[in-house]
Design a protein around this ligand. Sequence first.
Ligand code: SF4
Length: 307
Amino acid sequence: MSAVKTEPLQIIPNQPLSWSFYRHNLFSFCKRAYFYHYYGAQSGWDKYSDKRSRALHKLKQIKHFNSWIEELTVKAIQDNLVTPSSRSSRKNKLDAIKNDAYKAIRRQINENNNKEWIDDHKKLCLFETYFNPSKGSEKIIEQAVNKVENAVDNFAKTALFQELSEVNYYQWKAFTPPVYAYVNRMQIWASPSLIWHEKDSLHTLNIKLSEPNKNNKYSLAISAIYLAQRSHIPYEDIQSRTISLSNETTISSGYCSIEDLLQMIFDSAESMRALTSNNKNAYEDNFTKCCDPENCKRCKFIEYCKN
Ligand code: SF4
């Protein structure tokens, strides 16, 4: 990695700033990590791009265990609730969700062990094994399977799961997450897990495997803007919920005020723009390194940053 770091990077962004919670949280976590992710890694998906952007893009794609498991669990739930075969029994659905998730865990850990991400950055590169190669894959598989099993079993005990099992296949709204809406010509992104129609209402659900946090209601508000813009439906006809399938299952309803959300987004985007020159040039040295060593321990870019 040291071979690819020479002078500080100076990048001309290839697209206007768009906003997401991931971006906002990374900006708060460390300005330098934010720079590597959104600017330094730009174009690094292209195998003919320069070595530095390719190396940074590889690091950008690394996933932490908890995000990886949440992503594949939600995908298994989406696939098995929304497809026409969703008319099968609840028990069959639960088994299918778990089986799909277990298969994905084994396949992706296999890809991770074979380092397939070297040539294909979309393949799993897991933070926990990348920075600790001695960590056994069987142990990771066991932890992953337990986490999926707990989450799905907790989900199955809720009235919400019963409600979802009774949604007909034609009520589900087809979409590919993440989705975006426009505010003041800026794209804002969200990742609803499920969307369905019921009489005159649209329902959205976010499924989380982590504890509830204050961003959940903001995230649902972005989904509501997306639905209001795309489906031309009034806000009062959008019903939003988040289910957190951590040790204790919690379900919360509603989203924050749209005005509060937009104010927060505009303030956040303004702070990000302030670090680029006239929003036209991103210079590495303008993005300060954070001073919390605990953040560095959890940072995907540490091997590049500390060289
Ligand atoms: S290693 Fe630390 S200072 Fe460097 S980008 Fe990561 S969090 Fe920031």
